[in-house]
Design a protein around this ligand. Structure first.
Ligand SMILES: [Zn+2]
Length: 361
């Protein structure tokens, strides 16, 4: 469906013969949803005019959410609460909604009717008193006005509920500031019900996961986040201690290459301790060359040397990790690799020792 100055056009897939009779069908689920969202918007726009003198300058009916843009940005949370309360009060009163067509003269008279309800405009320009502008665009002979009885009148060509009760419910979801305007997100009717069901379902799942009622979640979750933070901290401290105590045994030299101490081992990692941590601790000191491997589900290698050792751990890794069919690399003082055949980790370490001896002896 598209719209231009010649009117609304429905594009169809096939060719329709001239003078052929066609039958159109309304997708009622979609239409009623749009009626609910749009009629809810009329009410919401009216309530924000009354509450904060904020006029609606834009409306978007999205697939998931709707938005209105207000002509001021200083709208606060308490305004949402109050606007939502007032809108739903008008829904509960089940007020009739009527669409009527008026001539330009009738329309202008309606705009002068100071005793009538304040009116909010859907025309692009604002009227003198923040209401409907009092003249039609040039060339227009009539105008359609939607009146929510005693509450709001607006020029509009959209589809609307027959009474406010059909809107069902309006829920404001939040706000973002867009330039000088407040963009209010909201949903109405069936969308609000589905949103409630989804959120209720989620709360029930969460409450049951914590074996509590949903009202308690607000206290429990922040407490758990705090506890989790504390646990992470002590876990980190324990890992560091564990790594250093493991390093004590692992760092004992297994041999020497000239003036350099060689540490060459296959190790078993404790939970939470990384091979990198151990290799870096084991190279601490002077003239140390550390070649460590893990033969678990896959092979892992970590090579490290003390600063000043004339070796490149990265080069060594590149050449040796291929022995076990893995990939890896690194810098001069530390390198790691993995992903290879765990049965060939020892071969990779032997090759590394051979290359170290070749370079240094
Ligand atoms: Zn409308």
């Amino acid at each position: 469906v598209s719209e231009d100055e010649r009117g609304v056009r429905h594009l169809v897939a096939g060719v329709i013969e001239a003078d052929a009779e066609v039958e159109g069908h309304i997708d009622w689920g979609r239409r009623f949803d749009h009626m609910q969202q749009h009629s809810g918007q009329h009410l919401l726009s009216r309530v924000f005019v009354n509450l904060r003198g904020a006029a609606t300058i834009g409306f978007h009916l999205g697939e998931e959410e709707c938005t209105i843009d207000l002509d001021r940005a200083d709208v606060a949370d308490k305004d949402f609460d109050e606007a939502e309360r007032r809108v739903n009060e008008l829904i509960f009163k089940n007020i009739p909604v009527m669409g009527t067509i008026h001539s330009a003269e009738e329309y202008e008279a309606m705009c002068r009717d100071v005793d009538g309800p304040d009116i909010v405009s859907r025309l692009p320009e604002k009227g003198e008193n923040g209401g409907m502008r009092s003249r039609l665009p040039a060339g227009a002979s009539s105008v359609r006005v939607i009146e929510i009885e005693g509450v709001d009148r607006a020029t509009c060509c959209g589809t609307h509920c027959r009474s406010t009760g059909e809107i069902g419910l309006v829920k404001i979801l939040g706000m973002e500031r867009v330039r000088q305007n407040a963009r209010i997100k909201f949903i109405c009717g069936g969308r609000a019900l589905r949103d409630y069901s989804a959120k209720h379902g989620m709360l029930r799942t969460l409450a049951s996961a914590f074996s509590t009622g949903w009202r308690e979640l607000g206290d429990i979750v922040p407490r758990l986040v705090e506890e989790n933070r504390e646990l992470s901290k002590s876990c980190e401290a324990l890992r560091t201690r564990l790594a250093s105590s493991m390093t004590g045994e692992i760092a004992a030299p297994t041999g020497a290459v000239g003036q350099f101490a060689l540490v060459k081992r296959i190790v078993t990692l404790a939970e939470g301790v990384s091979l990198k941590d151990i290799a870096l601790s084991a190279r601490e000191g002077e003239n140390r060359i550390v070649l460590l491997g893990v033969a678990a589900d896959t092979g892992l290698l970590a090579f490290a040397c003390s600063p000043g050792v004339p070796l490149s751990a990265g080069e060594l890794m590149k050449n040796c990790v291929t022995v076990m069919g893995g990939r890896g690399g690194g810098g001069k003082d530390f390198a790691q690799g993995g992903g290879g055949d765990p049965a060939r980790v020892q071969d990779a370490l032997d090759e590394a020792e051979r290359m170290v001896r070749e370079t240094l002896e």
